[in-house]
Each structure stands twice: as structure tokens, then as C-alpha cells.
Design a protein around this ligand. Structure first.
Ligand code: PMP
Length: 364
């Protein structure tokens, strides 16, 4: 159908008839009721350039969760947990939602809270980026920063501080992504269903785990559909203890990748669904995230890099013609002052910059 406004805008300009730009490539969806209706239904994109560069004999598809309204996969659980709690009569507009989070769940909840009229308090370790803090503030959330080193069960941890605030503040509620079944269910019902419709077969799923809601929910649905023909691969940063067997977790230490890995096993992480775990470190994750941006034009965050780095580590064991799906959880927006910045990469030893001489050679 010709696009009417384009005709008007281009009046007076000589065009071929019909001009190709007057035709829409994809169906256009009607106006949405609110931005909350722009969560989910994210694209699945083939990584052809990386397949070629790595000489892969299998197909790699990336689920672009950074294209959700709030910029991450966690928007899905933000709205799902709020609406499930509303249906159960546990919360209503005007209440205060408190959540301990590495940031993205906070953004998902704060987005829902802004549109639906809740107050929002987010407790978040210091390590998480200023970009996430500023987005949360802009959405009207109050932020409480907690020490990154605090163990999950120490009184200063983001989890325990949230519990304390919940006791102190009347009409407050913790949706609790770590144990709330609505977290994995959001992915079982939507993310996994979308993937199944977007590609004719999934042989391997590769995803990182934080709470584990994403991998457990998608993994469970894929297992039901494809039985033993699908392999679920979990990616866990060096420093975390989620991977199995435990011998893979050689050290518990801090790391710079945000959103994946923990020092305890969250209740919603169903490790029985996961066939294989791969450990990844900061360096390979940030390099891989930059490759996703530079080679595929995908404006992703660091944990997306962990996912690609994890896949590349097992690539030699993947038979030809398999179809692999990677989850890309969040967007570069969250890390503009971190791994997106060359200065930050250099200061943290993740980038070997060309010498000044090489720079000069380039300049000429
Ligand atoms: N990547 C990023 C950037 C995240 O914020 C999260 C959520 N913590 C994840 C991956 C992992 O998602 P999940 O909690 O569902 O395991």
C-alpha cells in the first residue's frame, strides 16, 4: 500500500511511479495503549558476519532483548511480576515496590511503576553502572547503593537492605525476582514462544544466568518442544558459583561483567534444565560484546558478549548445520562510560591500543 504521508512530503520531487520508498517492508502495528505494550516481540537476527569470520558450519541467531522498551530482557519480568501481583491482590497503584537488582530488573519495574502509578525503590550494588542509576532516577525510582563485596546474606547486601526497607515502609512490597515464579514464567510464556515461531528449529540455546529466570524459562519450554534434541548451555562468569560441576568454579571473586553470576543459587534457577555450563572471563566477554557491535551492528551490553564468548568456546564441538540461539540481554546504553569507552577499556587493561606511531601511520 503506498504510504500517503511520503507522497505528500515528496510533492514536487520527480519520482519513479511507484517509488520503492512508498512501500512498507513489514506490516505496521496499530498505536499502542502504552509503552508497556512495547515489551516483548523482539527480533531474532542471524549473525552472518561472525559466522563467516569464525568459519562456523552452523547457524547462529541472536534474540535481541536489548530492543525491549526499557532496554533489556528484564522488562519482560518487570511487567509480568507487577501484573501477577496485582491479579493476586498483593499490590495496587500507590504502593511502593522495592527490588534488589543489578539494575535491569529495576528499570523494568520502574518503567511499569511509572506508567501504572507505583513508587519504586531499587537497592543495587555499587558496581553497577551510573547509566543504570540515572535511567532509574529519570523513571522516578529512589536508589539505595550497597557495597559490591557484601555477601548476599550480610546485612549490607542489596538483598538484605531491601528486606529491611520492606519492614520499615508501610504498603511496600518486594516482587523478589530471585524466587518469584513469574520471572521464569515470563520467559516460558513469551521469550521462548517467540523464538519457536521465529526459527523452524532450535538445536542449541546459549544464555547467561543471573537469577536464572531467562535460561530456566526458555530452557523448560524448548525442552518440552524439542525433548533431548535441544542442548541448553549456561554461561557463568569466572568468580561466580552457578556453573556445574562445581569444579568449574575455581574461584569466588569480583568481576566487571554486570547482570550474570552470583555467590548463591537463586531459587528460580533450575539447573536441571541446563546440559552444559561454560565459564567466561571479563576480557573475552568485553571483546566479544565489541565484536557484536562492530561486526553485526548490534548495540548490546557486556553479558551479551559473555554469551557469544561462551558459544565460541564450544563452537568446535557443535556439528554442522545446527541452529544456535543466543540471548542478548541488554543494550550498550547501560555501559556508555564503561566498556563502550576506549578509555575505560584501556584503564582496565581490556584494550591494547595501537602505539602513537601506528596512529600517525593511520592518519596519513
Ligand atoms: N544480562 C544482564 C545485563 C542482566 O541484567 C541480567 C539480569 N540480571 C541477565 C543477563 C541474566 O538474566 P536472568 O536474571 O534472567 O538470569
Amino acid at each position: 500500500k503506498p504510504c500517503q504521508w511520503a507522497k505528500v512530503a515528496l510533492q514536487g520531487i520527480e519520482l519513479e511511479d511507484p517509488h520503492p520508498h512508498m512501500f512498507l517492508k513489514e506490516p505496521i502495528f496499530p498505536a499502542k495503549d502504552s509503552i508497556l505494550d512495547c515489551i516483548g516481540n523482539t527480533p531474532l537476527v542471524r549473525l552472518r558476519r561472525i559466522e563467516q569470520a569464525e568459519n562456523l558450519s552452523f547457524e547462529v541467531y541472536a534474540k535481541c532483548e536489548f530492543m525491549n522498551a526499557g532496554g533489556s530482557v528484564k522488562d519482560r519480568i518487570g511487567i509480568r511480576m507487577v501484573e501477577d501481583a496485582e491479579k493476586k491482590g498483593l499490590i495496587k497503584p500507590g504502593y511502593t515496590l522495592i527490588e534488589p537488582t543489578s539494575g535491569n530488573t529495576g528499570i523494568g519495574i520502574a518503567l511499569a511503576a511509572a506508567v501504572k502509578g507505583y513508587n519504586c525503590i531499587i537497592t543495587m550494588p555499587e558496581k553497577m553502572s551510573e547509566e543504570k542509576v540515572n535511567i532509574l532516577k529519570a523513571l522516578g525510582a529512589e536508589i539505595v547503593r550497597t557495597p559490591t563485596e557484601a555477601a548476599y546474606n550480610s546485612p549490607e547486601s542489596h538483598i538484605q537492605v531491601a528486606q529491611r526497607l520492606n519492614k520499615e515502609i508501610p504498603n511496600s512490597f518486594i516482587l523478589d525476582q530471585y524466587s518469584n515464579p513469574s520471572n521464569p514464567l515470563a520467559h516460558y510464556d513469551s521469550t521462548a514462544e517467540e523464538i519457536i515461531q521465529q526459527v523452524d528449529r532450535v538445536d542449541i540455546l546459549v544464555a547467561g544466568a543471573g537469577t536464572g529466570g531467562t535460561i530456566s524459562g526458555i530452557g523448560r519450554k524448548l525442552r518440552e518442544i524439542y525433548k533431548k534434541n535441544v542442548q541448553i548451555v549456561g554461561v557463568d562468569p569466572v568468580g561466580s558459583i552457578l556453573a556445574q560441576p562445581d569444579s568449574l568454579n575455581t574461584e569466588i571473586c569480583s568481576y566487571k561483567i554486570e547482570g550474570i553470576g552470583y555467590d548463591f543459587i537463586p531459587r528460580v534457577l533450575d539447573r536441571s534444565i541446563i546440559d552444559t555450563w561454560v565459564k567466561t572471563n571479563d576480557y573475552e566477554s568485553f571483546q566479544a560484546a565489541r565484536r557484536l557491535i562492530r561486526e553485526e551492528g548490534l548495540l548490546v551490553g557486556g553479558s551479551s558478549g559473555s554469551c557469544l564468548a561462551g558459544l565460541l568456546k564450544i563452537a568446535k564441538d557443535i556439528p554442522p548445520n545446527k541452529k544456535v540461539v543466543l540471548i542478548l540481554p541488554d543494550s550498550s546504553r547501560n555501559y556508555m562510560s564503561k566498556f563502550i569507552s576506549d578509555d575505560w577499556m584501556e584503564q582496565n587493561g581490556f584494550l591494547e591500543r595501537p602505539s602513537p606511531l601506528e596512529h600517525e601511520t593511520w592518519a596519513y
